[in-house]
Design a protein around this ligand. Structure first.
Ligand code: AMP
Length: 429
């Protein structure tokens, strides 16, 4: 037992997949392959990568996401140092928007950005919910048009579809514009005020600070109360309704099924008009694979001098792994060497070391023993490395400048002159 252990809600990613506490943590090779898949797909859809700092000003996140949201009110890892307040980013939409506004990317026309990276939230850890987790997502900036919403949603779905995850459910709602939401907030407060004592403590708090979030409730008696509550759809302007209809029509044209959920509000304040969430039945309690929507007000909220219409989504990579496991996905395995080079005595070891570097410069993946051991143990290590070839150099090989080359699986051995080694290894692969 080591003195220090990882912080609860965080995890190590190791060269090999391991299990801990009922969860499988896949190898760094599997993570790299998955990230690479997402990157390539995003680029094919015309998104460009953005990387922003993990540290952001606390004020940016508080203003951007809204002070009454769970993330800001209780889940931020925030600290102060020499008068500056920092937060470990809990998401990337506000940071990306900060960067776009600061670097004036919006002046270059419509921007399609994607990101992959860690986020931090002080949530109660459980399967699929961590304190350090990883998100990928996109932000499409500079277009108020419904086609932009559809573009983002369809890319999101393609990530899952391209990996064989088809049994997802896309939920959609129209949140209307800021004025509709304000009017609806008032109407909800008026409706719930006489029922306040029937509400759970959480919902009672939300009634004060963020009444729309009451729609999120899973409690049956609150759901029943909601039946009689005013409906958000009654408050939505014709323009916002028209926008939503067009988004749905693009999705239908693309053959993309969806269900409309009038109770879908999303946890963060900045959304307007289109809101969506993607669920998987394979995730258990934490069923959300990804979520997003339009956030036309965010840029102004964080101080941009001109509004920047925007739409995007964020997805959890840990949950993508869980969904892939449920499908029996063949995850990428740690890379195995092409060649294992073994020098049998100290002088041969020096020759083997030189050959190793030479073969590596020629792009082969080459390993050699780095610790003295018996011949038997070195052979064992060579075999368990998974290498295709074993190159053996002893006294005779050194003197004749010819290596013994063994194909470990086929158990065939050939004598190959040093200067023909590279050609032999690459041509007989
Ligand atoms: P959100 O911005 O909260 O909608 O998060 C977007 C996506 O990130 C969710 O749909 C999840 O897949 C993932 N996610 C959010 N919070 C966590 C967390 N604490 N642990 C793991 N994944 C998370």
């Amino acid at each position: 037992m080591s003195v220090y252990q990882h912080i609860t809600g965080t995890f190590d990613l190791l060269p090999d997949t391991y299990a801990a506490g009922g969860t499988t943590f896949h190898s760094t090779a599997a993570w790299r392959a998955l990230e690479q898949h997402i990157r390539q797909l995003a680029i094919r859809f015309g998104f460009q990568e953005i990387r922003t700092p993990i540290l952001e000003p606390t004020e940016l996140i508080a203003r951007g996401l809204g002070g009454a949201t769970d993330v800001v009110s209780k889940e931020m890892f925030a600290f102060e140092r020499e008068g500056t307040r920092y937060v470990l980013r809990p998401e990337l939409t506000a940071p990306v928007m900060r960067s776009v506004v600061e670097r004036r990317l919006d002046q270059k026309g419509v921007q399609k950005l994607f990101y992959i990276g860690p986020c931090f939230r002080a949530e109660r850890p459980q399967k699929g919910r961590y304190r350090q987790f990883h998100q990928f997502g996109v932000e499409l900036l500079g277009s108020p048009d419904p086609i932009a919403d559809a573009e983002v949603i369809l890319f999101m779905l393609e990530v899952y579809r391209s990996l064989g995850i088809e049994n997802t459910k896309l939920r959609l709602n129209n949140l209307g514009d800021a004025a509709s939401r304000a009017a609806y907030r008032d109407a909800l407060q008026t409706y719930f005020a006489p029922h306040a004592e029937l509400l759970s403590e959480t919902s009672r708090k939300r009634l004060e600070t963020n009444p729309l979030r009451i729609l999120d409730t899973k409690l049956p008696h609150e759901r029943a109360l909601l039946e009689g509550a005013p409906k958000l759809s009654a408050f939505i302007s014709d323009e916002a309704s028209d926008h939503y209809e067009k988004v749905k029509s693009f999705l239908r044209d693309a053959g993309q099924p969806f269900v409309e959920d009038p109770y879908l509000v999303r946890g963060l304040d900045y959304y307007n008009r289109t809101a969506f969430e993607l669920e998987s039945p394979d995730l258990g309690a934490q069923s959300a694979l990804a979520g997003g929507g339009r956030y036309d007000g965010l840029a102004s909220e964080i101080g941009a001098s001109v509004p920047i219409p925007a739409v995007g989504f964020a997805a959890g990579i840990e949950r993508l792994f869980i969904a892939l496991e449920a499908k029996g996905f063949a995850f990428a395995q740690p890379e195995v060497p092409d060649v294992y080079v073994l020098g049998l005595d100290p002088d041969s070891e020096a020759v083997a070391f030189g050959l190793t570097q030479h073969l590596r410069r020629a792009q082969l993946h080459v390993r050699m023993p780095l610790k003295k051991a018996s011949f038997k143990n070195m052979m064992k290590e060579a075999t368990s490395s998974g290498a295709t070839w074993l190159v053996l150099i002893g006294e005779t090989e050194r003197q004749t400048l010819t290596a013994q080359v063994k194909h470990l699986a086929r158990r065939e051995q050939t004598a190959v002159p040093f200067d023909a080694l590279l050609d032999f290894l690459t041509q007989n692969a």
